[in-house]
Design a protein around this ligand. Structure first.
Ligand code: LIP
Length: 277
């Protein structure tokens, strides 16, 4: 018999497939309705809004007592509140800047938290149609096939993913970012920047990258990646080395605790305003 979590997963998966088709149809179309949000590099398109509406409408019609934290709903002024109730944490287009430019690292990211723990996640990369998924205790999958982190334990053997967008428009952070990139480049095999937190986390789950670090992102960027990385055998922690807090806007995920702590020890610890502030 289907468990509750399996029921939630099949509904969310069906809606994600519909939403992924919208991204495939539009990513290279001439006309995109684009607006800026908090600053001049922070975009929203009508596709972000349409997909968030499609997902929330579809899920709430099946599960009327569930709660939602969505990127675009929150941007419109609704407070992000994580309670113990089942809460879908949704980024309809993670990598909106990529989408705007037609750079294909674009994801749909959906996590379901129960008792404040993410227990189910889906990351779709519509181009070229990669579907990452995980349910607590059942492993992580890419297009239905099991995936595992690399197991890398030392930065000297690692490919690192990071994003520096927290420094956009914040001149005092530019120098810190330069130092960070230099440190990573000197110590690791290489550094990659995909432009999407969900994409980075899915890549760690897959074993394609060994570690991903970012400060300044949001619960909707990390929720699905959190469970997918953990179910793939990886770790998700706060960059200080403490417990991961989904509302804190801070994350390191890695193929091993050794690597996560090593990278955490090299980064500048700053604390942006929380998602639930
Ligand atoms: C993006 C994140 C990315 C971060 C960007 C932005 P969005 O999410 O995935 O990691 O560097 O600033 O937050 O806004 O495209 O959903």
């Amino acid at each position: 018999m289907e468990t509750e979590l399996e029921k939630y997963m099949s509904c969310a998966m069906e809606l994600t497939k519909q939403s992924s088709q919208l991204i495939r149809d539009r990513i290279w179309s001439e006309k995109k309705d684009i607006q800026t949000k908090s600053h001049r590099h922070d975009f929203v398109t009508e596709t972000d809004q349409e997909i968030e509406k499609l997902l929330i409408t579809g899920l709430s019609s099946q599960f009327p007592d569930h709660k939602f934290i969505g990127e675009e709903t929150t941007s419109s002024g609704v407070k992000a509140e994580l309670t113990d109730k089942p809460t879908w944490i949704i980024d309809p287009v993670d990598g909106t800047l990529n989408f705007v430019h037609g750079y294909p690292n674009v994801c749909i990211s959906i996590g379901l938290a129960i008792n404040k723990e993410v227990v189910l996640g889906i990351i779709s990369v519509p181009v070229p149609n990669l579907m990452f998924s995980a349910v607590k205790g059942c492993g992580a999958f890419l297009n239905g096939n099991p995936i595992h982190v690399s197991g890398c334990k030392d930065i000297k053997d690692a490919l690192l993913a990071l994003e520096l967008s927290g420094a956009a428009g914040v001149s005092e952070r530019i120098e810190t970012c330069k130092k960070l990139v230099a440190t990573f480049l000197q110590n690791a095999h290489g550094v990659r920047s995909a432009g999407s937190a969900a994409y980075n986390m899915a890549t760690v789950a897959l074993g394609g990258a060994d570690c991903y670090f970012e400060i300044g992102i949001h619960a909707w960027d990390m929720a699905a990646g959190d469970i997918i990385v953990r179910e793939a055998g990886g770790v998700v922690i706060d960059p200080s080395g403490g417990k991961f807090d989904i509302m804190s806007r801070r994350v390191i995920c890695a193929s091993s605790m050794e690597l996560a702590l090593q990278v955490g020890g090299m980064v500048d610890q700053h604390y942006p305003e929380r998602d639930d502030a």
